[in-house]
Design a protein. Structure first.
Length: 403
């Protein structure tokens, strides 16, 4: 990236080259081949399908195998200006300008900045892994980006190793099975008594825990990781059971020696750019948008995907991205549209040990009612205050594979 001020014509500027950003480009280009588009990304902008990261190691697919098109090739095909390896350091919503700096700068203290103007701005910057203080980033992996995935995969390619995964939500539970199938020893640790416990009721999660453990995954439920430190060429994890009400003494800590630790402890949206632009932001759920248009409270600025929320709910699933991108494209281009109609996507756990499908907006607490309960299947419905079904969870035993 040139450090001199950019004289490129103002047009549409998109921050973030993940699935969300590229979907916006696809939607705009399907309706307007000429309008200037600039894509700014802190990496090289390669197009890949992020959900594949949680199942690629057992399939022996490298990071390169997952790339559908390089950023440069994709940008050329879509006739967009790609500003790769570039960070946005400031947004001035009044002058409609961005301040940019190269991610490859060698001396951050003495770095010249570039500026670029926009007519319309789309924030597609995603969300970032949460690293509690007990999980130092220099010792702990995450699988939220293809570059880090590739680095971890290289480490794991040397032979069977012991991997601890902290966090048994959707991603952590999927990674656990994937690495187990690749021949590694897996310990899955979570604050809750069962995987997916923040999403589903105990009766459902108990079946998931049983299926996970039946594969040979060690599940430590109800434990808090207190530290990760180096131990010779390995890592030492200290963890302890959560204190129960009425406990007089603090629970005793235990330790575990592993080769790698992966954090799967949730996502958070960086508030730096929204704060700079004066965009309404919720620390828990991200950028607040107008549901029908996906506009923020600042004129000419939109948000899409992991970084935004609708009606207080973060939108961190892939399925709605295409409809979100179409709405933004129509709104930017002045094409009449009916407005984005947000429908929670079907949530499907990718594990083979058990089938888990959820529709609606699930939460662990609430009025869950059993509709079907057999050894092979559990169906439960979540009723809201009006006794209307707001979510359905279906847990099934896997279908045996005929040999």
């Amino acid at each position: 990236m040139s450090v001199e001020n950019s004289n490129k014509p103002a047009g549409i500027v998109i921050i973030g080259a993940g699935l969300a950003g590229w979907h916006v480009i696809d939607a705009i280009r399907s309706k307007d081949k000429q309008i200037p588009i600039t894509l700014i990304t802190s990496d090289n902008g390669d197009r890949y399908h992020k959900p594949m990261l949680t199942m690629a190691i057992s399939q022996k697919k490298s990071a390169a195998d997952l790339v559908r098109a390089t950023g440069a090739d994709a940008a050329t095909a879509a006739e967009v200006t790609l500003m790769a390896n570039t960070d946005v350091s400031d947004i001035d919503a009044v002058s409609q300008q961005l301040q940019l700096v190269s991610t490859n700068r060698s001396d951050p203290a003495n770095t010249a900045y570039a500026t670029i103007s926009y007519d319309k701005l789309v924030l597609a910057m995603g969300a970032h892994p949460i690293f509690p203080k007990s999980l130092p980033q220099d010792l702990v992996w995450h699988v939220n980006h293809i570059e880090r995935f590739g680095q971890l995969q290289q480490k794991l390619a040397t032979g069977s190793q012991h991997v601890a995964i902290v966090g048994a939500g959707m991603v952590g539970t999927e990674i656990a099975e994937d690495l187990l199938k690749a021949g590694h020893k897996i310990t899955l640790i979570d604050l809750n008594d069962a995987p997916l416990a923040q999403m589903l009721p105990a009766k459902a999660t108990a079946r998931i825990a049983k299926a996970v453990e039946s594969q040979g995954i060690q599940f430590l439920g109800g434990y808090l990781v207190t530290s990760v430190t180096r131990h010779n060429q390995q890592l030492e994890i200290s963890y302890k059971p959560l204190a129960s009400e009425g406990d007089i003494e603090s629970p005793q800590s235990s330790t575990l020696i592993v080769d790698h630790v992966i954090a799967s402890t949730g996502l958070v949206v960086d508030d730096t750019l929204p704060a700079a632009a004066g965009i309404e932001f919720n620390p828990r759920t991200g950028i607040v948008v107008d549901a029908p248009t996906l506009r923020t409270n600042q004129a000419n600025i939109y948000a899409i995907g992991d970084c935004m929320s609708i009606d207080g709910v973060p939108c961190r699933y892939v399925a709605p991205l295409r409809a979100q991108a179409t709405t933004i494209a129509d709104d930017i281009l002045g094409i009449s549209h009916d407005g984005y109609d947000h429908k929670p996507p079907m949530i499907r756990l990718k594990n083979k040990a058990i089938s888990v499908m959820v529709t609606g907006v699930p939460r662990s607490d609430g009025n869950w009612q059993i509709k079907t309960e057999t050894d092979d299947e559990l169906v439960m419905e979540l009723l809201n205050d009006n006794n209307e079904v707001s979510a359905v969870a279906t847990i099934k035993a896997p279908i045996p594979v005929k040999v």
